[in-house]
Design a protein around this ligand. Structure first.
Ligand code: ADP
Ligand code: MG
Length: 556
């Protein structure tokens, strides 16, 4: 029996959840936490670390660690960690592999089929890369579900819902707004909008910029690892913000102590441009759904950054009502993905929820009119309900034309140069005295994957499934190389993760402190290494929890 499993593969944090005994159960990782930071690091012995230990090493070993790579999924960015090269897809695969191992340890069985959530705003290419990452990790993504839709499923399961609902998801790197309607068992998505480049990271980044401008320092004068320490401190201060109470950031650099003070009022000024950027996708989603803020019955907050006081305040002001907050915004997407997995397998415990989703962006092809070329002709309009299939007729521009080029774009601009090119291919024509017509059909499925079919009207010739489902720019050879590169990697042993994670945390705390505190942390490192060498499991475990609680008290 395949257990129904859902995965939230987040920019910042990833979670895996199984549907068991009639409810979604979050699966703990090797250190007993249900949230695994989406960070990969190469350890001193060349093995791969994923999760909290890797996150600590982002501060102490930024050149051997990578985070937020989901942002670059589908781009040609290459990460180089300790001399090894990785694509964002391969790094995502390492996170998925680690989640898979956690689930297999928890369930005591091998897993393969999973539902993975992706931002609603992910384009075709990013979705394909997500599926390929699953394949690299030995998983089969039987379904991709849009994150806000997953959140809506978990929310709908919790509460008997009805009415128009807005899901506001502000994570680490992306912002998604979805307007949907519950008329259970049907959840109908009316509109989706978002910003792929707006998230908690940007809020942290703005704090760092404010520090540098107050201290009159330039980023290019600061070494990478010193900058990583500052970023880390800014992140901590951000998460501690609480009303008017001042929070202090202290950074040691070049034998000097640099101080910065922050409370919510000050943060609001620093973040004004970011807070303003949150409005546009909200307005777009509401206008596409033809709703006014007052017609919304519920607001569901999703994502770690929706915990920011200033964000909650903005949401309350925008909608004139308090957001719902009974489900943890950090885990709700994974829970919803597991609900979806259970629905797919028609698990008896879960009443089937019928889901309708929308295609979040306009898809079309390049066309020309008279002497003007480079025009964008939409075939499937933004926020059309999926699955959908639409056809449009185009004509060759001159007699005797030997081929017609189909360039597929997505975007909201009338000129193709301002949209995203998805694929491009040529269809041969039999030259004729007159211009010829072609029917171009776009079919967009529930996973957000696009197929294009072309029919030549004069001859009836058909060119089906022209867009292949593999990521663009990745040949079979390159895919095979990815498989081999990943296979060759040594993964850090799972049972050593609690100790490895504490050591990484100690190193980070040591790097962040000076004076007496540093001496104290240094002594913890010595003590812990000593007891590790003696290999007595009970003593190791006891000392680990003692040091962990000391570090918690120090706020490190
Ligand atoms: P993603 O979906 O991108 O993986 P998450 O939903 O896990 O992200 O959110 C991660 C973001 O939430 C990070 O940018 C982090 O700084 C932010 N975050 C987490 N906890 C808090 C908090 N208590 N206050 C403010 N921001 C937080
Ligand atoms: Mg998320």
């Amino acid at each position: 029996m395949n257990p129904p499993i859902g995965i939230d593969l987040g920019t910042t944090n990833s979670l895996i959840c199984v549907w068991q005994e009639g409810k979604p159960t979050l699966i703990p990782n090797a250190i007993g936490e249900v949230v695994t930071p989406s960070v990969v690091s190469i350890d001193e012995d060349d093995s791969i670390l994923v999760g909290r230990a890797a996150l600590s090493r982002l501060t102490t070993h930024p050149d051997k660690s990578a985070a937020a790579f989901k942002r670059f999924l589908g781009s040609n960015k290459i990460y180089e960690l300790a001399g090894k090269k990785f694509t964002p897809t391969e790094l995502s695969a390492l996170v998925l592999k680690s989640l898979k191992a956690d689930a297999e340890a928890f369930l005591q069985q091998e897993i393969r089929d999973v539902v993975i959530s992706v931002p609603a705003y992910f384009n075709d290419e990013q979705r394909k890369q997500t599926r390929f990452a699953a394949e690299l990790a030995g998983l089969n993504a039987v379904r991709l579900i849009n994150e806000p839709t997953a959140a809506a499923m978990a929310y709908g399961l919790h509460e008997e819902q009805s009415g128009n609902t807005l899901v506001f998801d502000l994570g680490g790197g992306t912002f998604d707004v979805t307007v949907l309607e519950y008329a259970l068992p049907i959840i109908e998505v009316h509109a989706s909008a978002g910003d792929n480049y707006l998230g908690g990271e940007d809020f942290t980044h703005e704090i760092v910029q404010a520090c540098l401008s107050e201290w009159k320092l330039k980023q290019q004068d600061i070494a990478v690892d010193d900058y990583a320490r500052l970023l880390d401190l800014a992140e901590q201060v951000k998460c501690k913000l609480n009303g008017e109470q001042m929070q202090y950031l202290t950074w040691f650099w070049q034998d000097k102590e640099w101080q910065f003070e922050l409370n919510e009022s000050r943060a609001k000024v620093i973040w004004l441009p970011l807070l303003n950027r949150l409005r546009a996708p909200v307005e777009q989603a509401l206008s596409d759904a033809r709703l006014k803020p007052a017609q919304l019955e519920h607001i569901v907050l999703v994502g770690g950054s929706s915990q920011l006081g200033v964000v909650r305040e903005l949401v309350t002001k925008l909608f004139g009502k308090l957001p719902y907050r009974h489900i943890n915004p950090t885990t709700i997407v994974a829970q919803g993905a597991a609900v979806q997995a259970a629905c797919r397998l028609r698990n008896q415990d879960v009443e089937e929820v019928i889901l309708t989703d929308v295609c979040p962006y306009t898809l079309g092809i390049e066309s020309c009119s008279g002497k003007v070329s480079g025009l964008f002709s939409p075939i499937i309009e933004r926020n059309t309900i999926v699955p959908t299939s639409k056809v449009k007729t185009f004509y060759s521009t001159q007699p005797q034309q030997k081929a017609i080029c189909i360039s597929v774009y997505q975007g909201e601009n009338p000129r193709v140069e301002n949209n995203v090119l998805i694929d491009e291919f040529e269809i041969p024509l039999t030259p004729m005295e007159k211009t010829q017509g072609v029917d171009v059909r776009f079919s967009y499925d529930l996973n957000g994957l696009l197929e294009v079919d072309v029919v030549l009207l004069e001859t009836g010739e058909q060119y089906g499934k022209v867009i292949d489902q593999s990521p663009i720019g990745l040949t079979d050879k390159q895919k095979q190389e990815s498989h081999e590169r990943l296979k060759a990697l040594k993964i850090h042993p799972r049972d050593e993760m609690p100790n490895r994670t504490l050591l990484a945390r100690l190193e980070r705390a040591w790097a962040q402190s000076l004076g007496d505190e540093r001496l104290l942390i240094g002594s913890y490192i010595e003590d812990f290494l000593t007891v590790l060498n003696q290999q007595n499991l009970d003593e190791i475990n006891q000392m680990r929890s003692e040091i962990e609680s000391q570090l918690n008290d120090l706020g490190r």
